[in-house]
Design a protein around this ligand. Structure first.
Ligand SMILES: Nc1ncnc2c1ncn2[C@@H]1O[C@H](COP(=O)(O)OP(=O)(O)O)[C@@H](O)[C@H]1O
Ligand SMILES: [Mg+2]
Length: 432
């Protein structure tokens, strides 16, 4: 029997313990178990006592106490288990794909804890982080994944910013998971899915899929998949419904109906809508950008709805044109819709139904929240149609339900966030 531990590994391990080369030589021969200690001593040209002395040094350096042959058995076991854990360690794979570098994240502790609870403690299989562009989904997901990295054998990050057909994504995942060559993969979608299921079952994997909104439909069929990407439903349903030990984490601006449905029936499916950044955290972003005029920070944070991306963009403008003074900027009483933000909203607007556009127009034309009744009257539609549209627009973080206009009533009121109102008024009123 040869030693189950490769010589290079044994050398590294014994070097760490300060084992000398002659001691290592003796140990290696003993570990093979091929010869008696007397034979080994003879082979090395030393006395059996000198051999035992060398081995004794090794035990001492590994802090193995006791007497007799038990010490060799224990040392052997320790070396083998060190080697095994080294092997599993090196089988762990991380493929961060296009994940942004980890960046500072203010606040979001509660959200982070909730996600960890779901994913690590409860072994949830399907989790979605939802919220409007720039609210911090990607940032939260990166921080989370880094925090819980140790819990997973595999971590793979992919983005659907440029959406791919499901079989391409599955192929890419399978290669990353199994180290397989493209040519070894089945071409059939269902076979790829079932291969993925096997992996998710055998290994603890965290698959992160960012920018999922690109495959989601809006309009009257909101929350379903765009016609070209309907097969993604197979993935979402299989991951959410079958039993395995992995987790698929999605980040999306738009909710998926499949997730909403599974969430109500399956304890292992969850979604987390991201709220605006709390005041203290939003202030840290402004402070980090060196802004002054603190007495107006609250107004700025309210105007940009605690959206970290919007705040960062407006902070850059204030720095450039107002010498960083928020008071001077807020005196202008304007809301800036940065190009980056506008492009994002343009993409969302392209997907709206006519009725959704009408509702946004109604809401943008008034500077106060509107009640269900008013919206229904202005747009002459049924309540059920209206509720569906409002649900769809809220699901995409375009409108908000509010406490109304101060009257004591339980009737819900709806409004647009200031930045969305400005966008609709400036760029969209004419084309609606
Ligand atoms: N909690 C936070 N603290 C500080 N900066 C944040 C936070 N969340 C997001 N950001 C910053 O805001 C910008 C948008 O965040 P991102 O995670 O890309 O949003 P999303 O993925 O929702 O579109 C990034 O520049 C990011 O660094
Ligand atoms: Mg993102």
């Amino acid at each position: 029997m040869t030693s189950p531990i490769p010589p290079e590994f044994l050398k590294t391990l014994t070097d760490e313990r300060g084992v000398s080369s002659t001691e290592l030589e003796a140990l290696s021969l003993v570990l093979t178990g091929k010869s008696t200690q007397d034979e080994i001593a003879h082979f090395l040209g030393i006395t059996p006592i000198a051999l035992r002395k060398r081995l004794g040094e090794v035990y001492r350096k590994f802090e193995i106490t006791g007497t007799g042959p038990g010490k060799l058995v224990e040392l052997k076991q320790r070396l083998i288990s060190a080697y095994q854990s080294y092997q599993t360690q090196s089988a762990r794979r991380r493929d961060w794909g296009e994940a942004p570098d980890i960046s500072v994240m203010y606040g979001r502790q509660e959200e982070l804890e909730r996600l960890k609870q779901w994913i690590v403690q409860d072994n949830s299989r399907l989790v979605a982080i939802l919220g409007m562009a720039g609210i911090g989904k990607t940032t939260l997901a990166v921080n989370l994944a880094q925090d819980i990295e140790e819990e997973f054998e595999f971590i793979i990050w992919r983005s659907l910013r440029n959406p791919l057909p499901l079989d391409t994504l599955l192929g890419d995942w399978l290669i990353a998971l199994g180290n397989q060559a493209e040519s070894d993969l089945p071409t059939d979608l269902n076979e790829r899915l079932s291969l993925l299921r096997d992996y998710l079952n055998q290994h603890r994997c965290l698959l992160i899929l960012d920018d999922v909104e690109t495959i989601v439909r809006s309009g009257d069929r909101f929350g379903r998949y765009s016609p070209d990407y309907e097969e993604y439903g197979l993935l979402v349903r299989q991951v959410g419904e079958s039993s395995h030990q992995s987790c698929l984490l999605l980040c999306s601006q738009e909710t998926l109906r499949d997730i909403r449905r599974l969430e109500t029936t399956r304890p292992s499916v969850h979604s987390l809508p991201l709220n605006p950044l709390p005041d203290a955290a939003a202030r840290q972003i402004l402070a980090e950008n060196g802004l002054t005029g603190e007495e107006k920070w609250e107004n700025l944070i309210r105007d940009y709805q605690g959206n970290p991306l919007a705040l960062k963009l407006v902070a850059a403008t204030i720095t450039e044109y107002f010498n960083g003074d928020v008071v001077e900027f807020t005196n202008l009483q304007t809301i800036l819709v940065d190009d980056i933000f506008r492009e994002n909203l343009d993409r969302q607007f392209e997907k709206l139904s006519d009725l959704e556009k009408d509702i946004l127009q109604s809401l943008a034309s008034q500077d106060k929240p509107l009640s269900l009744r008013t919206l229904q009257k202005n747009n002459s539609i049924s309540f059920s149609e209206l509720l569906e549209v409002l649900d769809s627009l809220r699901g995409r973080s375009l409108i908000e339900k509010t406490g109304g206009d101060g009257k004591k009533t339980s009737e819900p009121f709806f409004t647009l966030q200031p930045i969305i109102r400005k966008y609709v008024k400036t760029y969209k009123l004419n084309d609606l």
